[in-house]
Design a binder for this molecule. Structure first.
Ligand code: UDP
Ligand code: MG
Length: 308
C-alpha cells in the first residue's frame, strides 16, 4: 500500500524531529511506499527551515509552505489535496496522535473500512474546561448537524482514496474537515486511543477560536439554526398576541388600570435581543454565501519542497 501522512503545523519546530523519527519507525514496516506531507501554516518559529532540512535528507518527505497562516482546516486541505497514497492519514504535529494508533487504523482499513476515526478514551494535559466544552460540542452538534459525526474524535483519522476524491469536490470556504469526511457517508470504523499531552509548545486553540469553529459547524452542516429562529419568532409572536389580548380585555372590559412600565421595558429589551440574535443567525449564512461567491482559493502555497 501507498500511505500518505498529512500533517498541518503552526510553530511546531521543536516537535518536528521527534515526530519525523516516530513516523519513520512506525510506518516504514507497514507501508510499501510512504510519503509524509508537512504543511507549514505560516509558522514564525523557523518550522519551515526545519522542514527543509528533513526534506533534504529524505525524498519521501514533502513540504508545502503556505504563504501565510490560513488556519488549521485550510492547511489540512492543502495537504490532503497533495496526497497521492491509497490511504491517507491526517494527524497533528505535536505528537498527541500516536503512530501506533495509525497502525491499528491501517488494519481496520484493510478490513474494508474507508474511514477510520480515532476516538479519544482519555485526554492528558488538557484542562477540565476544554474537556467539558469539547464534550458538550460533540453532543450539541450531533443534534444540530444533518449528518451524524463520531463523538470524541478529532481530525486524527485515516481515509481511503475514494473518500479523498469525494472530499476534493467540496471547496467551501468555511471548512470543518471532520464534518466533511462524515458527510461523504463512507463505511466508518473507530479505533480507541489515549491522547497524550503535547510534546512541546502550546495549543493553538483558545476558547474564542473554538467557539468560532463551533459556529462554522452549526451553520455549515445544517440550516436548523434558521429553523430555530423561525420557531422562536413564532413563539414570541404568539405570546405577545396573548398578552395584548389579555391587557385589552382587562382594560376595556374590566376597567383595570395598567400597572407600571416594568413589563413593557423588559418586553422591549427581550424583543430587541431576540431580533439581534436572529439577524446574527441570518448574517452567518449570508457571510458564508458572500465568502463562497468570492470564490478565492482556500490557501496559497508559497513553496513546494520535494514536490512530485
Ligand atoms: N495548526 C495549524 N494552523 C493553525 C493552528 C493549528 O496548522 O492555525 C496545527 C497545529 O500546529 C497542530 C494542529 O494544527 O499540528 C492541532 O493544533 P493544536 O495541537 O494546537 O490543537 P489541540 O491539540 O490543542 O486541539
Ligand atoms: Mg494538539
Amino acid at each position: 500500500m501507498r500511505l500518505s501522512v498529512v500533517i498541518p503545523l503552526l510553530n511546531e519546530r521543536e516537535n518536528l524531529r521527534p515526530l519525523y523519527a516516530q513516523l519513520k519507525e512506525a510506518f516504514s514496516p507497514v507501508a510499501e511506499q510512504l510519503e509524509i506531507i508537512f504543511v507549514d501554516d505560516g509558522s514564525t518559529d523557523g518550522s519551515a527551515e526545519g522542514l527543509r532540512e528533513i526534506a533534504k535528507e529524505d525524498a519521501n518527505v514533502r513540504a508545502l509552505i503556505l504563504s501565510r497562516n490560513f488556519g488549521h482546516e485550510a492547511a489540512s486541505t492543502a495537504g490532503l489535496d497533495a496526497a497521492m497514497g491509497d490511504a491517507i492519514v491526517l494527524m497533528d504535529a505535536d505528537l498527541q496522535d500516536p503512530p501506533q494508533t495509525v497502525v491499528q487504523m491501517i488494519e481496520a482499513w484493510k478490513r474494508g473500512n474507508q474511514i477510520v476515526v480515532a476516538v479519544r478514551r482519555k485526554r492528558h494535559g488538557e484542562s477540565v474546561f476544554k474537556k467539558f466544552t469539547s464534550w458538550l460540542f460533540y453532543r450539541i452538534f450531533n443534534y444540530i448537524s444533518d449528518v451524524p459525526f463520531p463523538k470524541d474524535a478529532g481530525d486524527f483519522r485515516l481515509i481511503d482514496r475514494s473518500v479523498l476524491d469525494a472530499l476534493k469536490q467540496m471547496r467551501e470556504q468555511d471548512r470543518f474537515v471532520r464534518g466533511l469526511v462524515a458527510w461523504t457517508g463512507f463505511k466508518t470504523a473507530k479505533v480507541e486511543y489515549d491522547r497524550p499531552a503535547r510534546h512541546a509548545g502550546k495549543t493553538k486553540y483558545n476558547p474564542i477560536k473554538l467557539f468560532l469553529l463551533s459556529l462554522d459547524v452549526a451553520v455549515g452542516f445544517s440550516t436548523k439554526p434558521l429553523r430555530l429562529a423561525t420557531g422562536l419568532g413564532f413563539i414570541v409572536t404568539l405570546v405577545s398576541l396573548e398578552e395584548a389580548t389579555r391587557i385589552l380585555v382587562e382594560k376595556i372590559i374590566w376597567g383595570i388600570p395598567l400597572p407600571g412600565y416594568a413589563l413593557q421595558t423588559v418586553g422591549l429589551f427581550f424583543l430587541g435581543g431576540v431580533q439581534m440574535l436572529l439577524l446574527g443567525v441570518i448574517g452567518e449564512y449570508i457571510g458564508r454565501i458572500y465568502r463562497h461567491s468570492q470564490n478565492r482559493p482556500l490557501y496559497i502555497v508559497g513553496e513546494r519542497i520535494n514536490d512530485k
